[in-house]
Design a protein around this ligand. Structure first.
Ligand code: GNR
Ligand code: NI
Length: 164
């Protein structure tokens, strides 16, 4: 299976709101594995289905050094809590652009695994930030949306120029 192709901002397909997964079949498991392989190859610490033009509620995340702690989350729902914290973010759909974004410090994550089994955990640190970033993708939202319109305009222009 070749790697999935990652869409780049300002591609309008990145603005699609993903729909819930209701069928937990072998095709879903295979897609989640391909998403994870594509994320590791990029390389990245997270990837949302939206970024590969599949508009279903699936995200994958692995912040471990050894790339051996993958989370494959289907239909994730977040309850963010705690203080707001600022951190540098990047995005595989906004290549080579990094800027500071405010996120909640913690998230309680409720989701399903690829077999449809419910799961819950809480995340802090980079994992919390990354899961919030991925769930934004499922809503058609990008980290650049949190920046000033001046910065966002400059980023869109730079990426459009580069795509030519
Ligand atoms: O690889 C990624 N790194 C990253 C760094 C800081 C905050 C969020 C991220 S997610 C990003 C991969 C990506 O674009 N996921 O959607
Ligand atoms: Ni991203």
């Amino acid at each position: 299976m070749p790697l999935l192709k990652i869409l780049h901002h300002p591609d309008p397909r990145l603005r699609t709101k993903a729909t819930a997964v209701s069928t937990f079949d072998e095709a879903l498991s295979e897609f989640a594995r391909n998403l994870l392989t594509t994320m590791y190859a990029a390389p990245g610490i997270g990837l949302a289905a939206t970024q590969v033009n599949v508009h279903k509620r699936v995200i994958v995340v692995d912040i471990s050094e050894e790339k051996d702690q993958p989370h494959m989350l289907v239909n994730p729902v977040l309850e963010p809590y705690g203080d707001k914290i600022k951190g540098e973010e990047g995005c595989l759909s906004v290549p080579d652009i990094y800027d500071s974004v405010e996120r909640f410090e913690y998230v309680k994550v409720s989701a399903q695994d690829v077999h449809g089994e419910p799961l819950q955990f809480t995340a802090d640190g980079m994992l919390s930030i990354c899961i919030q970033h991925e769930c934004d993708h499922l809503e058609g939202k990008l980290f650049v949306d949190y920046l000033s319109s001046l910065k966002r305009g400059r980023i869109s222009k730079a990426l459009r120029e580069r795509a030519k």
